[in-house]
Design a protein around this ligand. Structure first.
Ligand code: APR
Length: 395
């Protein structure tokens, strides 16, 4: 992993490769195809011509020419004919072929538009679902950062079955917290003013959702520990100082607490004694994370993939007992581990954060955890719709 939704013009993406939603003749067209051809160079047209076309569901390669990416992978999606003509299989094959081609080139990052969802008429909700299925399946076996790029004012709202309920939940929480502020406009203003507080005083600009709104195109998807020279330097510790860079190996979890082989499907409930909960006040974020992974009988890889975290960041955390993650990273692990609200709060506290009732990011996360919906992509769709930072990381 990770798989991240961003709002951008794909021709601006700083990735190893972008995918073009082309036609079978690779002759250029409108939509994303037109944008890519316009931004690349007339040479792209010539390179495409030499390829001699591409059947639906397959992928072909050209250089990126003047684009910021090294490669353009051209794939041809299905034209929507009502769903009974194998459109879904063809669409899955577009994603799979493009991912495999990118992998064979050694790409570490790849950006997709929503193939077939424009001129070819594939319903957007189903197009997102197919994209997600194909990409997640691939990422389970491979390491790559994959972006799903939505363009302009494109929205997932129409397809998001939880959207209205979440909005109501946020508004109710707002009214409870601030009964004297009555109307919706005040509610929204309140969220704007106060949401960024939930990321702590030391949070990076990337962590402040409404500052990210001022960036016109690139969505606030970066919680990039990896780009900081010292990962912990911007993470808000209780004292405002970075945690010591101890390299001690993680202690083994207490055998009494472990529940190896616990199935991951539903939410596992554990009887946690007073001693175990309050006797671990000194436990660091990393220690609690590793203990919980053991208690759930999970592998490291299963945990970081479910958390939408890449292997590099997880190894860093594993090596550093005092590691301080960003809030979206810490929450992503809580979700991957299927922690309840109380345990999520405990894990966040280890990293210097809280789950408040006055920020949209926190309320959205809480809404999903309370309902035991532990799918990071589903949560990210909602976070995306509400212009919040996404769970997971990019490297
Ligand atoms: N960046 C990212 N996404 C974009 C951009 C852009 N610059 N421009 C358009 N999109 C989005 C659209 O909003 C849509 O969600 O790309 C998605 C795919 O739409 P189309 O480009 O119309 O692609 P598709 O539906 O697969 O149709 C392909 O259109 O232009 C022709 O030659 C192309 O015939 C082919 C057909």
């Amino acid at each position: 992993m990770p798989l991240l939704i961003v709002r951008n013009d794909i021709t601006k993406m700083q990735v190893d490769a972008i995918v073009n939603a082309a036609n079978a003749g690779l002759s250029g067209g409108g939509g994303v195809d037109g944008a890519i051809h316009a931004a690349a160079d007339p040479e792209l047209q010539e390179a495409c011509r030499k390829l001699g076309g591409c059947p639906a569901g397959q992928a072909r390669l050209t250089p990126g020419f003047r684009l910021p990416c090294k490669w353009v992978i051209h794939t041809v999606g299905p034209v929507w004919q009502g769903g009974g003509a194998g459109e879904r299989e063809t669409l899955l094959s577009c994603y799979r072929s493009s991912l495999e081609l990118a992998e064979s080139l050694g790409c570490e990052s790849l950006a997709f538009p929503l193939i077939s969802s424009g001129a070819y008429g594939y319903p957007k909700e189903a197009a997102v679902e197919a994209a997600r299925e194909a990409i997640e399946r691939f990422l389970w076996e491979h390491e790559m950062t994959v972006y799903l790029v939505l363009y302009g004012s494109e929205s997932l709202a129409a397809s998001h079955k939880y959207f209205d309920e979440i909005r109501e939940y946020i508004d109710n929480a707002y009214v409870q917290e601030h009964p004297y502020r009555r109307n919706r406009r005040e509610s929204l203003l309140f969220h704007r003013e106060e949401a960024s507080d939930s990321f702590g005083s030391g949070a990076t600009p990337e962590d402040r959702p409404f500052e990210a709104e001022s960036m016109p195109l690139f969505h606030a998807a970066r919680a990039d520990e990896e780009t900081a020279s010292d990962d912990r330097e911007w993470a808000p510790g209780p004292s405002g100082t970075p945690a010591p860079a101890s390299q001690q190996p993680a202690p083994k979890p207490a055998p009494k607490e472990s529940a190896p082989g616990m199935p991951l499907g539903g939410h596992a409930h554990y009887a946690i004694s007073f001693d175990s909960r309050f006797g671990r006040l000194d436990e660091s974020f990393q220690q609690m994370l590793l203990r919980k992974i053991d208690e759930r009988g999970m592998t490291d890889a299963a945990c970081y993939k479910r958390a939408n975290i890449d292997r590099k960041l997880f190894s860093k955390i594993r090596k550093d007992v005092g590691y301080r993650p960003s809030k979206p990273t810490a929450v992503a692990f809580a979700v991957a581990l299927e922690l309840d609200v109380e345990e999520t709060e405990e894990l966040l506290e280890k990293a210097g954060f809280a789950l408040s009732r006055s920020s949209r990011f926190d309320l959205i996360v809480r809404w999903f955890i309370e309902r035991e919906i532990y799918d990071v992509f589903t949560i990210n769709e909602a976070l995306f719709e509400f212009d919040q930072a996404l769970l997971g990381n990019v490297s």
